[in-house]
Design a protein around this ligand. Structure first.
Ligand code: EPU
Length: 446
């Protein structure tokens, strides 16, 4: 296992380039199952999650090649409809193959993803949407078995208690492409990654209108054809750099970004006191003046993404004044709080919110990453801290950030990656807060 050693205190300065969005690339890769032909996807980040989705597609019979940032998939030989637990439990986005397999082959058997570090994550809305399209669904031995001779277009309300569902919208929208007639998805997720998937599918011959709004309409077609597509820039990666620059009181230019997808994040950073200017593909951010605490809530797009909530919390711990952070998408996504406390942050949970008594000088220490965005928050806290931090379980970070350590070093940070030889707590099995023993290799990740 690897860990990161971070020497804190250096303001980030310089230029950084953002990769393609993980959360767009994964559903697009899964949707390629709908096609019987060649798929070329450009600007695909080199991430562990992309490798996991590639393995999943290969396990179904596809040929996948990833060279530089181009991913080529030949879907002609897909002949299995079974997504095994061993792959699905590594990454929840694997569930995105359910709709495409069902639509192309009339049958799919996909493992239920299981527990998750960022809170309760059901897939009931995915199943509700596919059932509305006429699928016969049952759960057998931990697997969703879906069958349909011919999916039929339907009017589907896909909202739930947490609002819209991103991968649920992707699953249902993709399946509806080959359904007979018209489908309307109401309370559809508006995230840019859903829009990117719709662009990919339309380029392959689908007839989708309204992506990016809460009503998506899909007119079914008989088949989709070979396609080439370029993935949208990763707004979460760009936001992570912007937050890190503010936390270190630095000044950076973020290139290949799409600021129009980040208005809520940039608005919050301005409210905190950062100075920001944007062009269509670039964000310049600096922090000349004093910073102050704010109240912010993570919401579905165009609100502040839950995937930046942890990073904002690390920043706000360093900012004078009281801040309040609420996550309305994943109300229990606060695993990072206890590690930030170990670095000297003054944070307390109050119901569904976290109150931060900001302005503490964080100090470097050994901390443990619990999930992808929590890891990014710990890196930001470590960059702003006095002294050295060691961040263990770096593999979480590698699931969603391409060479984050190297990119940060290019901005003047001092981040070293090395083998973590210290014994992990309790070995591969460790004791959870609720005193149940879980095997790290069996956890299902964001
Ligand atoms: N929900 C339901 N029922 C469902 C599905 C979702 O109640 O069937 C609830 C969830 O419990 C949550 C809310 O709806 O309260 C939103 O969940 P959503 O389904 O939108 O999440 P997701 O599609 O599983 C994607 C991203 C996550 C990101 C969320 C929210 C991918 C591969 N994953 O997950 O990304 O946090 O949307 O924006 O796109 C990450 O990248 O670190 C990450 C966790």
């Amino acid at each position: 296992m690897e860990m990161l050693t971070v020497q804190g205190g250096a303001p980030l300065r310089g230029d950084v380039y953002v990769d393609g969005a993980k959360n767009a690339a994964l559903p697009i890769m899964a949707a390629s199952i709908l096609l019987n032909g060649d798929v070329r996807i450009n600007r695909v980040p080199d991430l562990v999650d992309v490798q996991t989705m590639s393995l999943l597609l290969q396990s179904l019979g596809a040929t996948v090649r990833h060279s530089d940032d181009i991913l080529q998939i030949d879907t002609r030989r897909i002949n299995l409809h079974h997504a095994d637990y061993e792959l699905v439990c590594r990454m929840r986005a694997s569930v995105c193959v359910l709709g495409p397999l069902l639509a192309r082959f009339g049958r799919a058997s996909v493992s239920l993803p299981g527990g998750c570090n960022i809170g309760h994550r059901p897939i009931d809305l995915h199943l509700k949407g596919l059932a509305a399209l006429g699928a016969d669904l049952r759960i057998e031995r931990g697997y969703v078995i879906a069958e349909a001779t011919q999916l039929q277009g339907a009017d589907i309300f896909l909202g739930g208690p947490g609002g819209s569902t991103v991968t649920g919208t992707c699953n249902v929208m993709t399946a509806a492409c080959l359904a007979k007639g018209r489908t309307a998805i109401r309370a559809a997720a508006c995230e840019p990654e859903v829009v990117d998937l719709a662009r990919f599918l339309n380029a392959a011959g689908a007839r989708i209108s309204g992506p990016g709004t809460s009503i998506i309409e899909i007119d079914g077609v008989d088949e989709l054809t070979s396609v080439s597509h370029t993935v949208v820039p990763d707004r979460i990666e760009a936001a992570t750099f912007a937050i890190a620059a503010t936390a270190t009181r630095g000044s950076i230019s973020i290139h290949n970004a799409q600021p129009e997808h980040m208005t809520s994040v940039l608005d919050a950073l301005r409210a905190i006191g950062a100075t920001i200017s944007v062009t269509p593909n670039q964000i310049d951010i600096s922090t000349a003046g004093p910073l102050n605490g704010v109240e912010l809530a993570a919401l579905p797009f165009p609100g502040i993404p839950t995937d930046t909530q942890a990073q904002f919390m690390a920043l706000l711990a360093t900012v004078p004044g009281v801040s309040v952070v609420t996550d309305r998408v994943f109300p229990d996504r606060f695993m990072h709080v206890s590690e930030l406390l170990r670095m000297g942050a003054r944070i307390r949970r109050e119901g569904a919110s976290v109150v931060i008594d900001g302005g503490s000088q964080l100090t470097g220490t050994r901390v443990m990453a619990s999930d992808l965005r929590a890891s990014a928050a710990l890196v930001i806290a470590a960059l702003a801290a006095n002294g050295e931090s060691q961040i263990r379980r770096t593999y979480h970070l590698d699931r969603g950030y391409t060479q984050l350590d190297q990119k940060l070093n290019g901005l003047g940070a001092k981040v070293l990656r090395r083998e973590d030889n210290s014994p992990s707590p309790g070995g591969p099995h460790y004791l959870q807060k609720d005193s149940t023993v879980r095997n790290t290799s069996e956890q299902s990740f964001d």
